[in-house]
Design a binder for this molecule. Structure first.
Ligand SMILES: [Zn+2]
Length: 552
């Protein structure tokens, strides 16, 4: 009897323990997975730039308390990465080749760097944005560059060159992203409508047909309340933060675009993925321009503050602030402070920088090629009266720098008039700081692709499986059909699939399957890879073609 009761009691205890284990496991699961991800990429920024921004701000940056680790940035070709493979690593969880936009590596090995995965060679790879969209989540892109520039492109498109911006815009338009805010109107419109699309297509008509609002000004963005939108506020890139009031006051700021994107996307019942890029921190560092750097980095700080406050209120949002690589090799301290650094006051560092009210390229543009005017403007906007020697060096260097003459201003005057040093006009290879807040936040020192994989896993996405679902080799999977790429219409190739009584076609870079007079909208875009001659289409298209009555 007693023994039975004991067994009964211990059995009950076991059940209770199991019950509470399950309960707590479930709670942990709910807590462990975010509903939303906001990924903020500070292009070309290292630890030293954040420190500088903190000194100039006079307070901690909004996100710096959430430092959780660092990211190793190299790609398959180089220890110093460019933005395209760097952003592709975040977007797909795979390390890839120089200039590639979410496309598997070319396969040429670089001694000393990890071998690239052979099964993904020159193959489009599903991105976290595509995965989020297929899961029914809302998706958004915010940047201050053209939305077709390397970093935003890596989330929305697949090409073997970051320079194929017409193609990138086309894929972005047919991708079904809910909110796209930034610059780059020229890649949306044909020449006849003031754009620069070489294929003559008017993608604004496609957007309108798919229910998008097209927004061009800050005031239109302010009044936009719901639905899908492409907000393109400049033909090319948007203005630098310091230059915006002077050259384009009707453009919104990065913080305003971030706030609007969060406002719209957060109404999605299934959560959202948003990528925000402070695009121009990188260009500021390429140009060694402290004014441009501080203006845009402090604006990123405001945008991150908005994102962090949303994440804190929401409790179910993973916020990540990270860079794709460092640029410029900026240091607090330069050749001129080699003997005096141990007595550097905050004023010595900050005061010359606080006088800078326009970027070097803004000053150069305003000068309009006049050397005398350039000297006056440096006085007016940077509080500097350059010596004759400094002006001579600026003008000599400017002619060496071709399309980026203003680079000479930052290079010469940073060294002589500030306490900042720079080592290069290119990128640098150091690890970059990782800031993260919210459920599933990544910690430690991670490879860039591992950070991409962790974000996808946090949303419960299997990007490998999604790559198989979105990008099937058309020729290989449609055996028994005649499959060929029709280049009849220049710049707008179409994949044609034929059998006895079947004629289907799939235009490249779009998400449409045409059978007879019927258009079937696909869950992803068709991608043709020139280097391999292969065309990739969603498995959904393969199934639709194989199940046509005439195909059976
Ligand atoms: Zn970059």
């Amino acid at each position: 009897m007693k023994v039975n009761r004991l067994i009964y009691r211990s059995g009950l205890t076991c059940l209770l323990v199991l019950f509470f284990c399950l309960l707590s496991f479930k709670a942990l699961g709910a807590e462990g997975r975010p509903k939303n991800i906001i990924l903020m990429i500070v292009d070309g920024c290292g630890a030293e730039q954040y420190t500088l921004a903190r000194w100039v701000k006079g307070a901690a940056l909004s996100f710096e308390a959430h430092l959780t680790g660092a990211v190793r940035t190299f790609n398959t070709d180089s220890v110093v990465t460019d933005s395209a493979p760097a952003a592709s690593a975040h977007a797909t969880g795979v390390r890839t080749s120089d200039k590639f936009i979410s496309m598997g590596p070319h396969g040429k090995e670089t001694p000393g760097l990890p071998a690239s995965p052979p099964d993904l060679r020159l193959k489009p790879m599903a991105t976290i944005l595509e995965g989020a969209r297929l899961k029914g989540m809302a998706s958004g892109i915010v940047c201050t560059s053209r939305v077709t520039h390397a970093t935003p492109a890596a989330f929305m498109a697949h090409t073997t060159s970051r320079d194929m911006e017409d193609m990138i815009m086309e894929q972005a338009v047919y991708q079904g992203v809910d909110i796209v805010l930034g610059g780059g109107m020229r890649h949306l419109l044909p020449k006849a409508k003031g754009g620069s699309r070489a294929d003559g297509e008017d993608l604004s008509a496609v957007l309108a047909g798919r229910g998008y609002s097209i927004i061009n000004t800050k005031s239109d963005l302010d009044t936009f309340r719901q639905g899908k939108a492409f907000g393109l506020f400049a033909g090319s890139h948007m203005e630098a933060e310091l230059d915006r009031p002077v050259f384009a006051p009707d453009q919104p700021t990065l913080a305003e675009m971030t706030e609007k994107a969060i406002e719209i996307l957060s109404s999605s019942p299934n959560g959202f993925f948003l990528m925000v890029e402070a695009s121009e921190v990188d260009w500021a560092c390429h140009a060694n321009d402290p004014a441009h750097l501080i203006g845009d980095l402090l604006m990123l700080d405001k945008a991150a503050d908005i994102a962090l406050k949303f994440a804190e209120r929401d409790g179910n949002t993973l916020l990540i602030v990270v860079s794709d690589h460092n640029t410029g090799g900026m240091s607090i301290g330069n050749r001129g402070t080699g003997r005096t650094y141990s007595k550097m006051t905050p004023g010595e560092l900050i005061d010359p920088l606080k006088k800078m009210r326009l970027t070097a390229s803004g000053i150069w543009r305003k000068a309009g090629g006049s050397k005398g005017r350039l000297k006056e403007l440096l006085n007016q906007y940077w509080g500097i009266d350059p010596s004759n020697e400094e002006m001579k060096r600026i003008n000599d260097l400017a002619s060496d720098y071709g399309s980026y003459p203003a680079t000479a201003i930052g290079e010469v005057l940073s060294a002589t008039r500030t306490a900042l040093g720079w080592t290069t006009h290119g990128h640098t290879g150091g690890d970059v700081p990782l800031f993260a807040y919210g459920p599933s936040r990544p910690k430690g020192v991670l490879d860039a692709p591992a950070l991409g994989s962790l974000m996808a896993e946090a949303l419960g996405l299997d990007l490998k499986a999604l790559t198989e679902r979105l990008f099937a080799d058309a020729e290989e999977t449609l055996k028994g059909f005649k499959v060929e790429l029709d280049r009849g219409e220049k710049m707008n190739p179409v994949l044609r699939v034929k059998a006895k009584d079947i004629a289907a076609s799939i235009p490249i870079d779009k998400n449409i399957l045409k059978i007879g007079s019927e258009d079937i909208l696909l869950e992803g875009v068709a991608v043709h890879v020139e280097e391999s001659g292969k065309t990739y289409i969603p498995r959904q298209a393969i199934e639709a073609i194989k199940h046509l009555p005439a195909a059976k």
